[in-house]
Design a protein around this ligand. Structure first.
Ligand code: 5GP
Ligand code: ZN
Length: 113
């Protein structure tokens, strides 16, 4: 499968990986939108949030937990941060492999869209 995030998960494409466990991998975004911009992905290829099977909903809970832990290790837990999942075309999803953005280190705009 020609998926950039699967290639990162497989170690075939280099990335600045800052967390890995049995279920997820986290790496720094190649085009950061904030001083801290981390992408958290499941190792398993799931194309979008909309395609997440009900029985795998806990996976997103684990991604949130990893985001919280990385926010602490990146030093933005106290100042605050934003966690975002873009889904589908109008959701602004460009890479078709489920992922969560962790953004922080600057004041986020109030708008969500
Ligand atoms: P989306 O718009 O799909 O929610 O966000 C995809 C994100 O993945 C973007 O912020 C983009 O900069 C990041 N990205 C795309 N390709 C790569 C890559 O090869 N390496 C890394 N580290 N980030 C990538
Ligand atoms: Zn993939």
């Amino acid at each position: 499968m020609d998926c950039i995030f699967c290639k990162i998960a497989a170690g075939e494409t280099p990335a600045d990986i800052i967390h890995t466990d049995e279920e997820v991998i986290a790496f720094r975004d190649i085009n950061p939108q904030a001083p801290v911009h981390v992408v958290i992905i499941p190792g398993e290829h799931i194309a979008t949030l909309a395609e997440l099977p009900e029985e795998k909903a806990m996976l997103v809970g684990h991604m949130v937990d990893v985001a919280n832990r990385l926010a602490r290790s990146e030093g933005i837990s106290e100042s605050g941060y934003r966690v975002v999942i873009n889904c589908g075309q109008q959701g602004g999803q460009l890479v078709q492999h489920l992922h969560m953005h962790l953004l922080g280190g600057r004041q986020m705009a109030g708008s969500l869209g």
